[in-house]
Design a protein around this ligand. Sequence first.
Ligand code: SIN
Length: 293
Amino acid sequence: MPLETRLLGESFACEVIGLRLWEPQDAQTIDQLRALWANHPVLVFRRQALSEDELADFSARFGPLERTVRTDWASPARPEVAPISNLKDAQARPIGGLGDGEIQWHSDQSYMMEPATGAMLYALELPPEGGTTSWVDLCAAYAGLPARLKQAVEGRRAVFSYAKRLAGYQGVDRVISEEAKQKTPPVLHPLVHTHPATGKKALYLDSTTTIGIDGMDDARGSALLDEIYESATRPEFVYRHHWQVGDALLWDNGFTMHRREPFDPSARRLMKRTTMFLPRDRHIVPEGALATA
Ligand code: SIN
C-alpha cells in the first residue's frame, strides 16, 4: 500500500500518516520510507506509543544501531536508546543527556570518523513552552550558496572536534570518560557530498564541532565557515518542529543540522533517541580521516 504523507508547511519535512510504529513494518513499507527519506530528510510520525524496544527495533530497520560514546546517557533497559532529558533520578543524577539548555546547529556524530548518521527522537514529556527543535536542509542550503562560496567549499575538508562540542554543554554533560576521549580525536570530513539516491549535492556541517578548514590558516578557515553557516541557516532552509507528546521524528544527519531552543529548567522534558549506521549506497555517510595537529 502506498504511504499516506503530508508536507509540513512549505518545508522539506514530511509527515507519514497512519503507521503504528509499535507494530512490525513490512519490507515494502521500509523501502518506501527510505525513498521518501532521500528527499525529505525529516520524517514525522505522530501519535506513537513506543516502548524502548519498539523504538529501537523500528530504528534498526534502517541500519545497525549505534551505542554512542556517551555510555553515561544510555538507557539501562536498552543501551542503544538514550534518554534526552533534564530529569534526574532519586540521587539527583541526570537520567540522560542534554539537559534544558540551547543546543546550536549540529549534526549528531560529526566528530566521529564514521558517523552513525540516522537518528530518531521520540517525545514522551514536553515543557509547556520552549524546547522546540529545528532542522536545516543542507541540500537546499548547498543549492542556495552563492557561486563564490560553492567554489570555496569544493574539495575542502573541515576539522570537526568533540572537545568544542563538549565545551558548549552544561554541567556534567561536559565530562566524558578517558575511553570516550580516546575514541574522539579531531577528524576531517569533506564539506560537500553527493546524495547517492538523488544525485543532489549537500553541505556537511556542524557549528558545534567545526574548528577550521584543512589546509587553510585559522583566520581564513573560520571566516569561511562563518560565511557558510550564515548562508546555510537562512530561514527558507529551516523546518521548526512544535513537538506533541507521541511524536517520533526520523532524520538524516548526513544532510541536515538541527538545533534546540532552551526551556524552563523546572519544567519536565523527556525524549528518547536512537542513532543508526545508515548504508553508504543509499545515504550520505561522510568518510572521515584523522586530523593532524
Ligand atoms: C539532539 O540534539 O539530538 C536533541 C534535540 C532535542 O532535544 O530536541
